[in-house]
Design a protein around this ligand. Structure first.
Ligand code: ASP
Length: 335
């Protein structure tokens, strides 16, 4: 863990001297809620029953994957990049990794295909773009962004979305690009009704950002859930369910049992609790995740207009990371 705080410098010095070099995947200390920051970023790589007995090599791979994405975002934000650019680039890093259930690492449907969903939202003006059910788009988050910026619409699906990708020059790949043996084996296990680690059944990646200009942006990308039925769409591309951003309140990206996140319009609910009830981003996120959803449903990441970061989940774990202009930089998997 590389968390840096301005508080208690002496204690921190001692802690820093004693801290191991290797990143630790336990929960980071929460950021001081009152500390004002110029920019902030949070990412997730999915929530679920993530086994603590995961072998060390695999655990390190997840930690490294999260750190790589977070580093890209941190460096861009520190240089003054626009929030939407950061969200897209960070999610592309996660989509290109076979570890996370998005892009390259997407899970398989019941039909043995990969059908990907993504959404992006601009907190400045509520503009947004989403795609669902694409099976040949290498980086669905980039296509979602083009839907937002280059069409009159906000949501394209399946073949229509892929035609739009061609019009926009967004890279398409052969569906075989998405084959990952571990994901295929996970589908076979489910089809055979065998016990399977829930972390293999779903996942998702997300990024929320407050940039130096004070603007919020959110993005989420997923392969959905292993064994999903034909035409199933989860929460990720549904604006207000899995993804939401509004400069007045927060940027939010969710992960978990998508049907539940749609029923409870989770991302928008966090924003609404802040706007109408005056809650902080962390209070609002905890209210929704712990009081409205069922235990095990999943979690969310959010960054408030003041730079406060919330990383909240009701499942056994959530791959996540956070950084801000105070020097905070940490990733974690479990509580
Ligand atoms: N929310 C995603 C979906 O239901 C899956 C996940 O985040 O684990 O499609």
């Amino acid at each position: 863990m590389k968390t840096v705080r301005k508080l208690l410098p002496t204690l921190l010095l001692i802690t820093a001297c004693a801290a191991p070099e290797a990143p630790v995947a336990e929960a980071p200390a929460p950021a001081a809620a009152t500390e004002q920051v110029n920019w902030a970023i949070a990412i997730h790589g999915g929530a679920g029953v993530i086994s603590k007995s995961m072998d060390g090599v695999r655990k390190q791979a997840y930690v490294s994957g999260l750190e790589e994405a977070l580093t890209v975002g941190r460096d861009m934000l520190a240089e003054g990049a626009e929030g939407l650019d950061v969200v897209e680039q960070v999610i592309k890093v996660l989509e290109d990794s076979p570890l996370f259930n998005a892009g390259k690492g997407a899970v398989f449907t019941n039909d043995g295909k990969n059908e990907l969903d993504a959404a992006i939202m601009d907190g400045r003006d509520l503009n947004c773009g989403a795609v669902s059910g694409v099976s040949t788009v290498k980086n669905p988050i980039s296509l979602a962004r083009r839907v937002m910026t280059d069409s009159r619409h906000v949501f394209f699906v399946r073949e229509g979305a892929e035609r739009f990708a061609d019009e926009m020059g967004v890279a398409r790949v052969d569906p075989g690009y998405f084959f990952v043996q571990r994901r295929w084996d996970a589908l076979q296990k489910v089809l055979e009704n065998e016990e399977q680690d829930a972390a293999e059944k779903h996942g998702t990646v997300g990024c929320v950002v407050l940039d130096r200009a004070g603007n919020l942006a959110a993005g989420t990308s997923t392969g959905g859930m292993t064994n999903k039925r034909f035409g199933r769409v989860g929460d990720v591309p549904v604006i207000g369910a899995g993804t939401y951003a509004k400069n007045k309140t927060a940027a939010i990206s969710c992960t978990g049992f998508g049907e539940q996140f749609i029923r409870h319009t989770v991302a928008h609910d966090v924003s609404a609790l802040m706007e109408y009830r005056g809650m902080s981003v962390r209070e609002a996120a905890e209210e929704v995740i712990h009081k409205k959803l069922d235990k095990g449903d999943g979690g969310l990441i959010a960054v408030g207009h003041n730079g406060e970061i919330a990383l909240v989940f009701n499942s056994a774990g959530m791959f996540r990371g956070a950084a801000d202009s105070s020097g905070r930089f940490d990733v974690a998997i479990w509580e």
